[in-house]
Design a protein around this ligand. Sequence first.
Ligand SMILES: Nc1ncnc2c1ncn2[C@@H]1O[C@H](COP(=O)(O)OP(=O)(O)O)[C@@H](O)[C@H]1O
Ligand SMILES: [Mg+2]
Length: 554
Amino acid sequence: MFWRHNNLARRYMFAALVAAIVPLLVIAFLYDRYSVRLIDTISRSRTEGEVQAVAVRMGSFLRAQLNRLENIADLPETAQFLASDHPVMSDTLYDFLLLEADSPDVYAIELYSMEERLLATVPQTQSPPPVQDATTPFVSFEQADVIGPVLPPNGLPGWFMIRLPVSVNRAELGYVVMRLRLNSLTEKMGPLILTGIKSPQLVVFDRIHLNAAGHRVAAGSVLHSSNPILPGWHLDLVALTDKLNDRRQALRLTLLILSFALVLALGLLFFQLSNRLTGYLRPLKEGADALSRGDFSANVPENGPGELGSLARAFNHMRRHLRDMINSRVDIERRAALGNMAAGIAHEVRNPLATIAATVYGLKRGETSPERVEMYDEMSGEIERVDRAIEEFLKYARPSTPKREPVLVRDTFRGLRTLTSAQVLERNITLNLGGDSQLELMIDPAHLRQILLNLILNAIQAVPDGGLISLKVLHLCGATVLTVEDNGAGMDGATLDKVMRPFFTTRSGGSGLGLAVTAELTRANGGYIHIDSTPGTGTTVTLTFPDPPREAPE
Ligand SMILES: Nc1ncnc2c1ncn2[C@@H]1O[C@H](COP(=O)(O)OP(=O)(O)O)[C@@H](O)[C@H]1O
Ligand SMILES: [Mg+2]
């Protein structure tokens, strides 16, 4: 489950994720809505304006053509020509008409009788126009009419015409007609084309739809319509497809998918991070649990990043400190109990023992039977043994206060070699002395002898015949370091853990007090003891006595 174990790290991560993503989504949503509406509004009003502008331009094009027609109609030669029964065109009129017709927008200028009979065409090379029929649109445009558009079925370009009546004194004489290229009008819609998306159409009476090329096309879905250009004529802007919208939708969809992917990726990232955080925190919790069970050995890994690493280090520091504090407390209480016990033993056991020894001695002196004398001797020997054991115990329980003085360590070494030489020689053991022969140590000389004697005796007991024992003294990093090394049996971890405890021994006849006394005296003289041992390889006992702090010069 996501929330299992009341996982705070995960909850914080999730809260941070929500806090980051929700405003992002809200802003994105608002932006999306607002921008879509804005784009719609802007594009609609812009295209609307463009459509109207094009319609106005087309209207003025027609107006310009009408002006030209009016100029022709106002010419006296035109009226003369139309009024005569056998009209012959004067050169002046011909030149004028030719000038007016000389435009790419104009196919021809034609003159008609009132009966709509074609009287003249300028330029003359113009082929006779295809005749319009009853379905041809017809609208009035001021005093004129606009007829058309006409789209020849054979695919020839389409045309339309403006027809203006010519009258003199209100008597109508005929018509001047300008036949215009349909393209000239429709191509004005060109700027409205948005290829494949929007297309303009010229719509005449809602039945003829023409594109910018002047071709007939089907009606489409109208986006905008212009005001009428002529009665029944207007412009439509038609959406060909919803491609623009499609494209915008596709873009929005892509953005939407991207945002979701982002949210998903962020979620995964946060999940991963929270997992890692939990991974770093778990050993801390387990360490605290172990501590509460009284296990002071559980070390928490300190490789976490940043604050987690320092938290782990602080935790380990606290654990060690707590352990030392508890140990020293226990030590003080143990020591007090031992002192009382030692006093009791000294008084309650030693004194009667002395009486027994004296009595046995007296009995032995008065005895004549050699067997009994031997028995008394044996008794005396046992009493002496008990007394020695008590003596050693008292040394441990009530160590004398050290009287420290400078001691040349090598001298002590030599003295001890002499003391143990009988055993060493007998078992063919090599006892080496090494290190700095001039080194002096501030220590109680009796304590140093006792400490080293205990270690040498242990080493002698541990090595086989022909074994090797080395004593060494060195000065290293502000401390005097003494080592007693042997190539004897060594110890396994379980034994090593217990050797300093009083009365722990693996030897029959051993008191188990040797190392306890050694450790006690070392500590009393300001040193530390450390034992390294490998079963089958040997043991090294290291004693470290830090230099006393130098007195600051006055
Ligand atoms: N140098 C050593 N090599 C192997 N074992 C040792 C050595 N020193 C001490 N020991 C182990 O530690 C135990 C306790 O030693 P110690 O306190 O001197 O008591 P004891 O010598 O009376 O047994 C020994 O019984 C022995 O098992
Ligand atoms: Mg011993």
